[in-house]
Design a protein around this ligand. Structure first.
Ligand code: AMP
Length: 205
């Protein structure tokens, strides 16, 4: 997607929040993608903020970032530390009280967000963070990192919602999509946030 033009300066990417599956998924490409993202972030000196688990794509990504010398910060509610198997070798693991606190902390620590393939937890985090941009709560871009066309059904659904008149205020302007890690990171770095339209103003349109 083409970045929007605006007088607002580009965002400096110090840390990226990543949402992704706690499982490996059915294809080897998913874990490979998670690893390459973790490695690329570390190589660029960009910190990784994620849910703090050691399983599935989450663990693969964190391990790859750590192995490449990157900063990895996990945020996990205490109720999930054992159930989701927390990663205890991270640069820092924040233990918080609730899922809501987890998302709020991840959102405040990160300068942009990338979503990898995952399940309903991943989608929940992706959509909530994206709606916060639409509401003017933050001005941080969202990226969908793709492999094997995983995100195509979601993108088709979004086009359908748009065509049916349900995407008001152009929330797609905040959403980048690519299957190449380096290209997506470059697009996030070059992203310029569109003019913020508050929820009150959206309701007027
Ligand atoms: P999944 O995509 O279902 O494998 O879940 C990936 C991650 O999303 C896991 O770390 C879950 O704990 C997390 N998750 C699931 N539901 C929520 C929620 N309501 N809020 C925040 N994180 C969640």
């Amino acid at each position: 997607m083409t970045p929007q033009t605006s007088s607002v300066p580009p965002i400096v990417l110090r840390r990226i929040g990543v949402y992704c599956g706690g499982n490996d998924g059915a294809r080897p490409g998913y874990v490979a993608l998670a690893r390459s993202l973790g490695q690329a972030l570390a190589q660029r000196g960009i910190g990784l903020v994620y849910g703090g688990g050691r399983t599935g794509l989450m663990g693969a990504m964190a391990d790859a970032a750590l192995a490449a010398g990157g900063e990895v910060v996990g945020v996990m509610p205490h109720g999930l530390v054992e159930r989701e198997v927390a990663h205890h070798e991270l640069t820092h693991l924040h233990i918080v009280d609730s899922m809501h606190e987890r998302k709020a902390m991840m959102a405040s620590l990160a300068d942009a967000f990338i979503t990898l393939p995952g399940g309903i937890g991943t989608l929940e985090e992706f959509f909530e963070t994206w709606t916060w941009a639409q509401l003017g709560v933050h001005r941080k871009p969202m990226g969908l990192l793709d492999v094997d066309g995983f995100w195509e059904p979601l993108l088709a659904m979004l086009s359908h919602m748009d065509g049916e008149g349900f995407l008001r205020g152009n929330p797609r302007a905040w959403l980048l999509h690519d299957q190449h890690v380096e290209r997506l990171l470059a697009a996030l770095e070059q992203f310029v946030a569109p003019e913020v339209r508050t929820w009150a103003r959206l309701a007027e349109t």
